[in-house]
Design a protein. Structure first.
Length: 673
């Protein structure tokens, strides 16, 4: 092997290899260097690749050849041996580590970059691969492509050093002290992957103390999506944001925009009043003249007498005619306006709670009726004091038949409705699958499940939908599990449960499916908590504190909340189960939380904006419908009454779905920032 170097201006090295190196072997080595894998490695070319790897001293390729030879020998001998291989991604990480070693030793560096008087050495090829800015500089015939030293104007040395380190290591150290500058520099020099990391940090790490900085930054650089996210965070965490120092620096027009938004989330009007007070008192001389205008955003009639006592502190404000202003606010507080909008503050959630199907008792109480209705939560309303309500509106109807005891799931912004029953006979259980597109406001019939299922669970995991257990009719439970692949529009069986199960609950945490309770094949209530894997089956965990079925389970943060349903007494009779509990999957332990005030058997549930909603159900003791919606707030550890269900009450299915408002049956005419 000989090296021949051409004139320095061309920076070109010619490597002459011996006759033992075949062209196909050399091509495989080059392919591995750039991709971390060899596309074709078999007994026809393995010796050529081996020779090239020996000549070029490529130990990882030699290891690949050894693994391939071992596999061929095992196959020839009829043996099946699991051979651990390093993935292409891991190989590329190793290659990057070696390149970084060359960089730290300044080996092969062919350009110097100067920023603010600091000089940095680098490899042109790696810079061009990492940055569109440098790709254009070094590959499009610019004069810098021939220069050994390049000056970077208006680039901070410290930030460029961080990006250069990221180029060679793949690691970018981010924090609130540097993320805005790094985002600017990565945008300026077109380091797209670094820019994406910065945006991810801003989106994922945003909090009450940083959100207003993110708003200002996004406005300055025209980042529409980031601005929408930051504004949304301010509105939904307004109580926390309003006590930060940055809040007091808000321009009055932006403050008014927040206070007047239909997406403003507050526990009571006292929060708005305190926010206005805090903002004015930060600069009282300049802002006191705005007091009356800003107080107009506070809906004083929604305050309790206890809350309004705090308003009296307004009399301590200097030089604003406090007595007159207080008298006008007191008059508003005591008024009983006929305008319905003054009786509550409407809050528009970012996502929407959707109810699908179900059944209810008829008006004359003589029979139950399955339903095709679909409803959505148009707004959450704060009324006087602690009174809160969900405002429901009709979204549409299910295609073809009504259904209850079915499953729903949301994947890629579309609603999947699977199985269930359309009436009460043995043959009325269904296996059909439909998909609803809220953007097009249209339904599509998909491939049917292999088996009819009712009272089963449906979960979305890794881009697929799993239908778990259930009952084929009112007397036969099932242990089978089917998975739906949207790419192939097909259902297939996966590892079954270790016993037949129906009326259980399921939820996904950290990429794992958890199953709780339910009825076994003898229709006995279970207290089991199971981890289910589609390929490995069931693993039993710590048992529930109460046996239960027809209950609900939802994942919120790092906990799983279990509520409602029925339990069995010593004689096997079903009783309403009001107890609620929460599971810690890391510690594998259960804790008791506040019980339900009323029964919720066969209810629907969903998580919306950090709170668990339980909708409808019935009472096992007298078979009356439970028309109540309850919401659990982990912060207060209490259940809140959120008014009543809009239509069907039992065996409903619920989910959270983003809905474009032009697809709704009734246009809510929402206003947003």
């Amino acid at each position: 092997m000989r090296l021949r170097q051409k004139p320095k201006r061309d920076q070109f090295i010619c490597l002459c290899l011996g006759p033992e190196v075949h062209g196909s072997g050399l091509a495989a080595v080059v392919e591995f260097a750039y991709t971390g894998k060899i596309g074709v490695l078999n007994k026809e070319n393995i010796e050529r690749i081996w020779s090239a790897a020996v000549s070029l001293q490529a130990p990882r390729i030699l290891e690949l050849c050894k693994v391939e030879k071992e596999r061929e020998e095992n196959e020839a001998g009829g043996k099946k041996v699991d051979i651990k291989e390093i993935s292409a991604v891991e190989h590329m990480k190793i290659s990057l580590q070696h390149i970084r070693q060359l960089w730290t030793q300044r080996m092969g560096c062919n350009v110097e970059l100067e920023a603010e008087g600091s000089v940095f050495h680098a490899h042109r090829a790696l810079l061009a691969a990492s940055s569109d800015y440098f790709r254009g500089m070094f590959t499009s015939g610019m004069k810098e492509s021939q220069q050994e030293s390049v000056s970077l104007l208006l680039v901070a040395a410290a930030k460029f050093e961080s990006l250069l380190h990221y180029t060679y290591s793949g690691a970018l150290a981010l924090g609130w002290g540097c993320v805005f500058d790094l985002t600017c520099t990565s945008l300026q020099l077109q380091f797209q992957t670094a820019f994406s990391l910065c945006l991810n940090f801003l989106q994922q790490e945003i909090d009450a103390y940083s959100c207003l900085d993110v708003v200002s930054f996004a406005e300055s650089y025209g980042m529409v999506d980031l601005l929408a996210l930051a504004n949304d965070y301010v509105l939904r965490h307004f109580q926390d944001v309003s006590v930060t120092p940055k809040f007091q620096d808000l321009p009055v027009e932006k403050l008014k925009k927040y206070l007047q938004s239909d997406s403003l989330c507050i526990p009571s009007e006292l929060t708005v009043f305190r926010a206005v007070m805090s903002w004015i008192e930060a600069f009282p001389r300049q802002r006191v003249k705005l007091a009356r205008e800003l107080m107009g955003t506070v809906q004083f009639p929604l305050m309790t007498f206890k809350e309004f006592k705090e308003v009296k502190s307004i009399t301590s404000w200097p030089r604003i005619g406090a007595k007159k202003l207080y008298d006008s606010l007191l008059e508003e507080f005591c008024s009983s306006s006929s305008d319905v909008q003054s009786n509550f503050r409407a809050y528009m959630p970012k996502d929407t709670l959707v109810l699908v199907g179900g059944e209810r008792i008829t008006d004359n109480f003589d029979k139950r009726r399955p339903c095709r209705e679909m409803w959505f939560s148009n707004s959450l309303q704060n009324h006087v004091g602690l009174v809160k309500k969900v405002e429901w509106r009709m979204l549409g109807t299910l295609p073809e038949k009504p259904r209850f005891s079915h499953g729903v799931g949301v994947m890629r912004g579309k609603l999947y409705v699977v199985g269930g029953r359309h009436y009460y006979g043995k043959a009325d259980t269904m296996n059909c699958t439909y998909r609803y597109d809220p953007i097009q406001n249209s339904w599509q019939r998909l491939t049917d499940m292999h088996e009819r299922r009712g009272s089963f669970t449906l979960v979305v995991l890794n881009g697929k939908i799993y239908a778990i257990g259930g009952e084929r009719d009112s007397e036969v439970n099932m242990e089978s599990v089917e998975v739906y692949c949207p790419n192939t529009n097909s259902w297939s069986f996966v590892c079954p449960l270790d016993q037949a199960l129906c009326c259980h609950a399921a939820s996904v945490w950290n990429g794992t499916v958890f199953l709780s309770g339910g009825f076994n094949s003898q229709y006995q209530c279970l207290s089991s908590m199971t981890l289910y894997h589609p390929e490995q089956g069931s693993t039993y965990l710590a048992e529930l504190t109460h046996d239960r079925a027809l209950h609900c389970m939802e994942t919120l943060g790092d906990r799983l909340y279990v509520a409602g349903g029925v339990s069995c007494d010593a004689d096997g009779h079903l009783l309403d189960q009001l107890a609620c509990e929460v599971y810690n999957p890391v510690a594998n332990t259960w804790s008791v939380i506040m019980p339900f005030p009323v029964p919720h058997v066969g209810s629907a549930s969903a998580v919306l904006e950090g709170k668990v909603y339980v909708i409808g159900g019935y009472c096992q003791e007298d078979y009356t419908d439970t028309k109540t919606v309850h919401r659990y707030d982990p912060a207060t550890e209490r259940w809140e009454n959120m008014s009543v269900t809009p239509g069907p009450n039992t065996y409903i299915a619920a989910c959270v779905l983003p809905i474009p408002w032009n697809s709704c049956s009734v246009d809510p005419q929402r206003s947003r920032i």
